[in-house]
Design a protein around this ligand. Structure first.
Ligand code: NAI
Length: 466
């Protein structure tokens, strides 16, 4: 249940690797299901279309006939969105598990044979208890087992992550029936995942591990980003510091790139959820510790925009700024919580004109994101539409602009003809690289004034005091 970034790709891979299992992905959104039944899939993920095409119509189906498919299934995965609550108790922190509960209610209502219900969504620890209690309303007729099987895929690399996962985590009740249900799900994954990478735990450890895994990853980004600010203040170089750290096997060399900040639908939501759970369980010190991960990310995003304005002579009013990349990371069209929204919003507040190019993000999607993330829409910002131009490529975005802001690390930004771009821009031509994409020295040689997160400032600029 749920044909989104998780439900679609995970089920497509199960169908591909288990041709003997019939898989049907259902959703309440007809448009979403219709798109899954075409070659213009509703999400962009490298390699996904090929995998879908291999199984679609064979043992992989997409449907809105939710009742019929629940009745047919032995196992139901709940892969619906669990966004941060926007109103009521816990607003701004707690995860809203309304959709999970609705799925459980639907299963309880229509099921007439025993089922294993699998939580794939990321949920607050002990959500399985709520799911169990809702399902129990039908337990006179049907027996259910509830498992936790959180998903660890990363957008942009979802297909390799699913086909060769670092681990599969399955939590369930430590009773004979619970252990039997865990074994049923182990048997599905064992079709392609080595057994030593399939971890079985109790339900609560599994639910909590997913939140903690995302909190650790987000913490690592915030840690290196905090040091990037210190590098800029001391002329140390963040790439050199990262490299030196990464050689220590206790630290490891992954996830040590500094940037304009993390985005995506998960990190912020899951860390805030962890903070909320700590607060509600009477652990304010632990909550505060994790809250700093979000505070540092907010600092990094606003620090970047302030740097842009300050370096462009303290004003960007009326200036054109080319924004290269709007997705929250490369190889995805997902814009949820993307730092680009925060940077663009700040630039609009400074009365700049923004020219955006992203190879995968549609103009309409950008406006949806502005509205969702920061409540900026046509009604409260009448000049929104005219202040943002969307462009077909990086060159047209750059034409006539005073600065480039690189906000997504798309590979194509590494190999642009920067001389051509420089020639088409207003001078002095600034580059603000929020993703460590450009060859700083090569661009400075062309004549650009280049600022990059965690790197020393241009030698020739007259630095105003901080
Ligand atoms: P999504 O928003 O892309 O997809 C969710 C889908 O569920 C939507 O198509 C929606 O129409 C459908 N839906 C909502 N209520 C429904 C209902 N009652 N019955 C049937 N369908 C319903 O969300 P996404 O990104 O796939 O995330 C799903 C869960 O997986 C979330 O809990 C998220 O935290 C978690 N997760 C997401 C990852 C990601 O990279 N996007 C990675 C790992 C976990």
């Amino acid at each position: 249940m749920g044909a989104g970034y998780v439900g679609g790709p995970t089920m497509a891979v199960i169908a591909q690797r288990c041709p003997h299992i019939r898989v049907c992905v259902v959703d309440i959104s007809q448009a979403q299901i219709d798109a899954w039944n075409t070659d213009d899939l509703p999400i962009y993920e490298p390699g996904l279309l090929e995998v879908v095409k291999e199984s679609r119509g064979r043992n992989l189906f997409f449907s809105t006939d939710i009742d019929a498919e629940i009745k047919r299934a032995d196992m139901v995965f709940i892969s619906v969105n669990t966004p941060t609550k926007t109103t009521g108790i816990g607003a701004g922190k707690a995860a809203n598990i309304k959709n999970c509960e609705l799925c459980a209610r639907k299963i309880a209502e229509v099921a007439d044979t025993p089922k294993v219900v699998v939580e794939k969504s990321t949920v607050p620890v002990r959500t399985a208890e709520a799911v169990r209690r809702v399902l129990a309303t039908n337990e006179g007729k049907v027996k259910f087992q509830v498992l936790s099987n959180p998903e660890f895929l990363a957008e942009g690399t979802a297909m390799p992550d699913l086909q060769d996962p670092s681990r599969v985590l399955i939590g369930g009740m430590q009773t004979p029936e619970g252990l039997a249900a865990i074994q049923e799900l182990v048997d599905v994954y064992a079709n392609w995942v080595p057994k030593d990478r399939i971890l079985a735990t109790n339900t609560w450890s599994s639910e909590l591990s997913k939140l903690v895994a995302n909190a650790f990853l987000a913490q690592r980004v915030s840690s290196i980003n905090s040091i990037s600010a210190l590098c800029e203040a001391t002329d140390a170089d963040i790439s050199e510091v990262s490299r030196a750290l990464g050689y220590d096997p206790r630290i490891g060399n992954k996830f040590l790139n500094s940037s304009v900040g993390f985005g995506g639908s998960c990190f912020q939501k899951d860390v805030l959820n962890l903070v909320y759970i700590c607060e509600s369980t009477g652990l304010p010190e632990v909550a505060e510790y994790w809250h700093q991960v979000i505070a540092m990310n907010d600092y990094q995003k606003s620090r970047f925009t302030q740097l842009m304005v300050r370096r462009m002579f303290n004003t960007v009013t009326g200036k054109r700024i080319a924004v290269l990349g709007f997705a929250f990371k490369k190889d995805t069209g997902d814009t949820r919580e993307t730092p680009a929204v925060f940077v663009c919003k700040a630039l609009l507040e400074e009365q700049a004109k923004v020219q955006v190019y992203d190879p995968q993000v549609k103009r309409s999607q950008m406006f949806v994101e502005f509205d969702y993330t920061c409540g900026v829409n046509k009604d409260n910002t009448p000049r929104l539409e005219e202040s943002i131009t969307t462009c077909e490529d990086a060159y047209s975005a750059a034409e006539g602009s005073h600065a480039l802001a690189i906000l997504t690390e798309w590979d194509e930004f590494k190999t642009l003809d920067y001389q051509r771009i420089y020639d088409s821009m207003a001078k002095p031509a600034f580059v603000f690289d929020g993703r460590g994409v450009v060859d700083i020295e090569a661009l400075r040689k062309i004549g650009f004034e280049v600022y990059c997160i965690g790197k020393s400032k241009p030698k020739y600029s007259l630095d105003s005091p901080k």
